[in-house]
Design a binder for this molecule. Structure first.
Ligand code: URP
Ligand code: ZN
Ligand code: ZN
Length: 460
């Protein structure tokens, strides 16, 4: 089966030209101007952007968390991602403290295998590092193709590891050719502030925000960078939100260190003013919390300075009735918000269309860098001969509105209800198959493949 996409504006992290893309089977076999090749199907892409499929390296699907499960399964979440132009996601496997990595992986495979619609990979979250975990790191890298290890410096008592474990884990991960990623906030400080607010009867969502001040993130980001530098382990900070934390990374560059930084679409676009809306603020209760407008400016600048490498989502949706678990106590509101479907369109509309980032930068942070950093490039994240034919036809002029009434995520509110956007995903190919055609998904549950990832060396 072959497809010729003609006369589109082909945009990668480096290129921008009008041309054609030729797909044979699951991969791209040629790109260029006026390709004279016969295809089974020809598509006229005049007026459309032809982009690589998006790669969202931070999603939580069907994840047990805070006494409930995130509401998108691997089926509904990856399908919603496809509707939004994201063809590959990286989900998090969570080790249970006192149990092995392998047990956790088996559990997650049980939920994802045969159900995902779009392609996916796994990060392994190490929540209990000991001598038997150490032996499993090599197995994950060599046998399972899982080369990134997530750590939490917060969620004390559930997911958090201490600096002793962090140091030992980094030594081992470095040896095996992997990367350590981190939720970088000071868990002890946050724990204390939560207790303090609760004891004073301060229980609304606003106090979720006030329990995680900027300093908790700045301090932990610096500490993480220091330990990564000492151990020589490639490091990546997930969902970085604020000026103080980015300055900690900036400082690390002064000793010639590279720490990769991911922010998420919500931290670029939303601010802590939303926590003033009484319990409605629970829609945006996530960790770290939304910050201030000055932090948004820092993050946009950080993207253009090359300090912020990736824009992800941290998609972790909960139905309103799940959010209500914390109606009387902010510390019981399940943390997370839905965005997997909205990332590419929001970033285009608010970033490219409003002149904050270039079109090439958009592709770089939403597609190419996540694929490179996490060992999937050039199979994923670009348009090149031999790459998977994961291709988005994007209408840059189409105006539309985000709403729970039209989205495909399995959640009963939109965090961006009523936002008017310019630019919309129109068609999406996944490994050569037309997966999305406007409002229709044409691939079935189980079409999504697990993507094994290569070793990483902290360079892109
Ligand atoms: O609020 C969030 N971020 N929920 C998901 C878990 C995490 O910390 O990434
Ligand atoms: Zn986190
Ligand atoms: Zn997360």
């Amino acid at each position: 089966m072959s497809v010729l996409i003609k006369n589109g504006r082909i945009v990668t992290a480096a290129d921008d030209y009008i041309g054609d893309v030729f797909i044979e089977g699951e991969t791209i076999s040629a790109l260029g101007k006026n390709l004279s090749l016969q295809a089974d199907t020809t598509i006229d892409a005049t007026g459309f952007l032809v982009l690589p499929g998006g790669v969202d390296p931070h999603v939580h699907l069907d994840m047990p968390f805070m006494g409930t499960f995130s509401s998108d399964t691997h089926e509904t979440g990856t399908r919603a991602a496809l509707f939004g132009g994201t063809t590959t996601v990286i989900d998090f496997v969570l080790q249970k403290q006192g149990h092995s990595l392998k047990e956790a992986l088996t559990e997650w495979q049980g939920r994802a295998t045969g159900t995902a619609v779009g392609d996916y990979s796994f990060h392994m979250a190490v929540t209990d590092f000991n001598e038997s975990t150490r032996a499993e790191i090599r197995e994950m890298v060599e046998r399972e193709g899982i080369t990134s290890f997530k750590t939490f410096m917060a969620y004390k008592g559930a997911l958090m590891i201490d600096d002793r474990q962090m140091t030992a884990l980094m030594q081992e991960v470095r040896k095996q050719g992997g990367m350590v990623t981190v939720h970088a906030t000071n868990g002890d400080m946050i724990d204390y502030l939560i207790d303090q607010h609760r004891s004073e009867g301060k229980l609304s969502p606003l106090y979720h925000y006030l329990s995680q001040p900027e300093v908790t993130e700045a301090e932990a980001s610096g500490r993480f960078a220091d330990i990564a530098d000492y151990t020589g382990c490639p490091g990546y900070i997930v969902h970085l939100t604020c000026e103080g934390a980015l300055n900690a990374v900036r400082n690390a560059t002064r000793r010639n260190q590279k720490v990769f930084v991911e922010t998420c679409i919500q931290y670029l676009l939303l601010d802590a003013g939303l926590y003033q809306r009484d319990f409605e603020g629970a829609k945006w209760v996530m960790s770290p919390p939304l910050r201030q407008k000055k932090d948004q400016e820092t993050l946009w600048a950080g993207i253009n300075q090359g300090l912020v490498n990736v824009v992800a989502t941290d998609h972790c949706p909960f139905f309103w009735k799940q959010k209500l678990m914390g109606e009387r106590d902010f510390s019981k509101i399940p943390n997370g918000h839905p965005a997997i479907e909205n990332r590419m369109e929001l970033l285009y509309s608010e970033g490219v269309n409003k002149g904050r980032i270039s079109l090439n930068k958009f592709v770089e942070v939403a597609c190419t860098n996540p694929a490179k950093i996490f060992g999937m490039f050039p199979r994923k994240g670009t348009l090149a001969p031999g790459s998977d034919a994961d291709i988005v036809l994007f209408d840059p002029k189409k105006q539309h509105m985000l709403s729970v009434a039209t989205h495909h995520m399995n959640v009963d509110y939109s965090a961006y209800e009523g936002w008017e956007l310019t630019g919309k995903v129109c068609r999406v190919f996944l490994r050569g198959q037309l997966a999305i055609d406007k409002d229709e998904c044409l691939v079935e549950k189980g079409y999504g493949q697990f993507i094994r990832r290569a070793k990483v060396n902290g360079r892109i």
